[in-house]
Design a protein around this ligand. Structure first.
Ligand code: ADP
Ligand code: MG
Length: 229
């Protein structure tokens, strides 16, 4: 069997499992969250509070993984929304700014003056940008620079997220779209795959250029929609 086919089968299987169990997992989680909240009102001891917060964090993490699995598994329904790439970036600036600040990272944003409309749901677009920004920041533990640039060509709208972080060697770069592949202690190994799956359903692509010790440039490419909405 072709390697690509095996990968596709694997994803399909993950999707089927995720879709059929997501609710079964989420419902009891909601229960757990609720009862932990009740207990944490009752047991005010510092140590107890600390344990409760750990449980909350872990429950949130399971929730996040289940959501990511759902996106990967089900082909996302391509939305017919049309947005200017700059507007979506602008809406996210406050969040990105505060995240960058936490990582001691400088932020540079350069937006195109051209018309740069794409057909993509805003939620999907934000999720892709956020995943790329998170990866960029997590690669810059000792600080650095994050830049977000939008550009157009005749056919495409591009959004580049560039960091001056640790970069990736080829053997990592080759595996970044493998489900659950992560080099991080707390990673899910699903972020880039989520980006790719979403972009796939809109005729978009994701390119990664990386150099160890220098940094990484992640480029989202989407078909350019000529008219404004
Ligand atoms: P996660 O972030 O949960 O590990 P991702 O799918 O987002 O999962 O990324 C997979 C892996 O790719 C990361 O663990 C990391 O090793 C590598 N990676 C992704 N983006 C970058 C980046 N900007 N710089 C360096 N390494 C990266
Ligand atoms: Mg990630």
């Amino acid at each position: 069997k072709e390697l690509a086919q095996i990968e596709a089968d694997k994803l399909k299987l993950i999707g089927t499992i995720a879709a059929s169990t997501a609710h079964e997992i989420r419902n009891p989680l909601t229960g757990i969250k609720g009862f932990i909240a009740l207990l944490s009102d009752k047991y005010k001891d510092d140590k107890d509070q600390y344990y409760f917060s750990l449980i909350q964090t872990e429950v949130n993490r399971i929730n996040a993984i289940v959501s990511e699995l759902l996106i990967i598994g089900k082909p996302t329904e391509a939305s017919t929304e049309i947005h200017h790439v700059n507007d979506v970036v602008a809406e996210m600036v406050p969040l990105i700014e505060s995240e960058a600040h936490l990582y001691n990272v400088g932020l540079r944003i350069e937006l195109t003056n051209e018309s740069a409309f794409v057909k993509l749901s805003k939620d999907h677009f934000k999720q892709i940008i956020l995943n790329l920004v998170k990866n960029a920041l997590e690669a810059m533990e000792k600080g650095g620079d994050l830049s977000i640039v939008t550009e157009v060509s005749a056919e495409f709208v591009l959004l580049k997220v560039t960091d001056t972080g640790k970069g990736m060697p080829l053997e990592v770069l080759e595996k970044v779209f493998t489900p659950f592949f992560t080099m991080k202690e707390n990673g899910t190994g699903l972020g880039l795959l989520v980006c790719k799956r979403i972009l796939d359903s809109y005729g978009g692509r994701l390119f990664l250029l990386s150099e160890v010790g220098k940094g990484t440039e992640a480029t989202i490419q989407l078909p350019r929609v000529i008219s404004s909405p």
